[in-house]
Design a protein around this ligand. Structure first.
Ligand code: ADP
Ligand code: MG
Length: 724
């Protein structure tokens, strides 16, 4: 079957397939956390003292004794075996952004050759994967490949059921034999600890006597596309790069906004329910689901959890989305821009910090201007984003996100903070050295007696801001849909730790100088606003005016590509930030920079090869075939004395020729390896390589609009986006 026949066949099969039967979702209490070794299960299985110790560790990060670890291991093993899991795996989060696991069986043999099961505290606590093929950015050579995984007791263990059996999964950190972090969990835990130390000191200065450990929280909204797998399997670009490198815009796109929050198609609903059931079993609190802006695009958001657990859960969520899609005949695309011309996908990382005694410190309450703790923490965020905007941009830099950021439907690549009118007004007052508060937002009166009146929100939403205050948390909206949330969380926690310390130092001296608390807070925040208020912006982040103003008047950085942003990981201010807070050593930070730069360069190389390959072996033959059909028809007509229009023949010939010429240039560009530095190589990828790829695409997409539909060799946008 030719490619174009296969495409027609796919449309037929998908549209005439069996109708979906929606099963009734299972009762929540039957499935909730069924596959998780929860505190409730531990309470039943552990001695009182072991349970108490474990609970304390999970809640406060207190150290655990080897004896308790033995007890927990024994309980975990019996639970796992009773659930049919004969294997256990330390699950860790290497710098690739994926999750990794090494499986070990519980089985050992005794001297008489019997098989028995064994699992104790030290096996639970420490694993030793041969991790030499994980990227480490020069920290570890293959001849010194030792890497260790250590159990993270603050994130619950769980059982992962797969077709080939069940495995007990143990969330872990991953470090080199010299003790350097090789993963995303170690710095996340360290950043939380640094934030806790700085925040506690500040709260103590504010007169809070009892301060429970501070923890950061994260609720991540995940956007994704679903494409029928029959289509996806016919697109080498979707299979290898996760995005379409070619594809003309369909006659109808998203301009009617008729998909956003529209009725969810039944087949998709069946998929979502299957995803949710798996997530609930894993104790992941999936909370909202809806259609997104682009056709074929959807969103899922779990309820927020502690940042560390949320990060582990987010990784699982992405895996569950992808695996469940396979079972439902879909491919789930997590790429930031699978289709040009329609909205891309992001991951909105909602983030707050709080504790058991003071609650959420980013919750302004009814009278924000009297909530000094809130003002200090919010001020700390403002300073953090101003000082470390380039860092925040660097941690979300990727080849995929480059297609999305700044593309007039996603946040710009300039980091600014949106506060909402009420909070912004308060910080403006502080800048003037006063603090009167604003009027209350009032009651929403619709003039409809049957609708219950309710209080208005203090501020509107601003969808154009990359970093927005949304009532009781900040929402980092520029994060890419396939990225791990850990990088952004580490950066946010660390910049907050730094700012909280800076504020605490200043407050300390104000108070020592005799100022009363409100006066001291205003004085510190006034300074903070004078130095860092330029980062606050409530207007249209997409506008050209903002792009100019941000850079020229506010001194903010516009870093459009990964090549521009990533080098900031090696900026002196960023090095100082991470070493001072103890979150990453210079060696660890450098290794991260090198790994991410390499991933970027490799992704671009793969895409460049893919573009050249598809253009030459799929598009060119189709164009030539059509050209030959047209040419024969034209000369046959001429033989009969009929003149037909030759504009199409010429257009096809011209685009096919021009496409090949650019493909040749692209081939030469891909072969270049003589770069004087990583930065130069990245700039080359973001500049020349990317524009050559875009140029090939222009010709291919033009050809798609010329070549007979029944001869086009790739599933088209209108099919992939609209046929479910
Ligand atoms: P949106 O209106 O932004 O689309 P959603 O309801 O889809 O909102 O998602 C908001 C996310 O923010 C959810 O994951 C939610 O649990 C999370 N969230 C709510 N409150 C907090 C908080 N205090 N800290 C962190 N995340 C929060
Ligand atoms: Mg949101």
């Amino acid at each position: 079957m030719s490619r174009s026949e296969a495409r027609a066949q796919a449309v037929f099969e998908i549209t005439t397939g069996e109708p979906i039967s929606l099963a009734k979702p299972k009762a929540l209490d039957e499935i909730w956390a069924a596959d998780v070794f929860t505190l409730v299960k531990m309470e039943d299985a552990l001695s009182k003292s072991a349970f108490k110790a474990m609970k304390k560790t999970m809640e406060t990060g207190a150290p655990l004794s080897p004896e308790v670890a033995d007890d927990v291991a024994a309980a975990m093993k019996s639970w796992a075996l009773s659930r049919g899991a004969n294997y256990f795996a330390h699950v860790f989060y290497p710098l690739t952004g994926a999750s990794a696991e090494k499986h070990d069986s519980f089985i050992v043999t005794d001297p008489s050759g019997r098989a028995i099961t064994e699992f104790n505290g030290s096996l639970l606590t420490k694993g030793e994967p041969d991790g030499s093929s994980f990227p480490n950015g020069g920290i570890r050579q293959t001849n010194a490949a030792r890497g260790y995984t250590f159990w993270d007791p603050t994130s619950p263990a769980y059982i992962l059921e797969r077709a080939n059996g069940a495995t007990l999964c143990i969330p872990s950190v991953f470090v080199s034999w010299t003790g350097e972090a090789l993963d995303k969990k170690v710095p996340l835990l360290r950043s939380n600890a640094a934030m806790n130390i700085a925040g506690t000191r500040l709260l103590n200065l504010m007169g809070e006597k009892e301060v429970a450990p501070l923890n950061s929280s994260c609720g991540a909204e995940q956007e994704y596309f679903l494409v029928d797998s029959t289509f996806a399997n016919q697109r080498p670009d979707l299979l290898l790069a996760g995005r379409t490198v070619f594809g003309a815009a369909p006659a109808k796109g998203q301009e009617f906004d008729d998909h956003y929050f529209g009725a969810i198609p039944e087949r998709v609903q069946a998929y979502m329910e299957a995803v949710e059931e798996t997530l609930y079993r894993l104790g992941i609190p999936a909370k909202t689901r809806h259609n997104e802006v682009a056709p074929g695009q959807f969103e899922i958001a779990p309820y927020f959890e502690s940042a560390n657990v949320a990060a582990d859960h987010q990784q699982m969520l992405m895996t569950v989305l992808k695996n469940t899609a396979k079972k439902h005949g879909f491919v789930c695309l997590l790429h930031e821009k699978p289709f040009a011309g329609v909205n891309g996908s992001g991951k909105h990382v909602n983030w707050s910090v709080g504790n058991a005694t003071q609650g959420n410190l980013l919750d302004p309450g009814e009278t924000p201007h009297q909530n000094l703790n809130f003002l200090l923490f919010c001020g700390a965020v403002i300073r953090g984003v101003h000082l470390y905007g380039p860092l925040l941009r660097a941690v979300i830099a990727s080849a995929g996100n480059d297609h999305r950021l700044g593309a007039n439907e996603a946040p710009p690549a300039i980091l600014s903070v949106y506060l909402g009118s009420e909070i912004e007004a308060i910080f403006e007052q502080i800048k003037e050295g006063k603090l009167d508060g604003t009027g209350v937002a009032g009651i929403m009166d619709l003039g409809l007696s049957e609708i219950i009146p309710f209080a208005k929100d203090a501020g509107d939403r601003n969808r154009t801001s990359p970093f927005a205050f949304t009532g009781n948390r900040f929402e980092f909206r520029a994060v890419g849909s396939q990225q791990s949330v850990s990088g952004p969380l580490i950066a946010m926690n660390t910049m907050l730790a730094d700012s909280l310390s800076w504020i605490a130092d200043k407050l300390d001296s104000e108070l020592a100088g005799g100022a009363d608390k409100p006066a001291a807070v205003i004085a510190v925040l006034k300074d903070l606003m004078t130095e860092h208020g330029a980062v606050i912006f409530g207007g249209d982040g997409y506008s050209a005016e903002w792009h100019r103003m941000a850079v020229e008047e506010r001194g903010l950085k516009n870093l459009p590509t990964t090549a521009d942003a990533l080098p900031y990981l090696q900026d002196d201010s960023v090095k100082a930030l991470f070493t001072r807070t103890g979150v990453l050593t210079e060696v660890e930070l450098k290794s991260r920079y090198e790994v991410y730069a390499e991933i970027y360069v490799l992704s671009m190389a793969v895409e460049a090869n893919l573009v050249a390959d598809m253009a030459k072996t799929i598009i060119y033959p189709a164009a030539m075939k059509y050209l030959s059909d047209l040419a024969s028809a034209t000369s046959a007509a001429a033989a009969l004395g009929i003149t037909v229009d030759t504009a199409t023949v010429s257009a096809v010939a011209a685009h096919a020729d021009a496409m090949l010429a650019v493909v040749t240039q692209l081939g030469a560009a891909s072969a270049r390896h003589d770069f004087e530095s990583t930065e130069a190589h990245m700039q080359f990828c973001a500049g020349e390589l990317r524009s050559l790829m875009d140029e090939v695409r222009t010709h291919v997409d033009a050809l798609e609009l010329e070549v007979a539909d029944d001869q086009w060799p790739l599933p088209k946008y209108r099919e992939m986006l609209f046929i479910k």
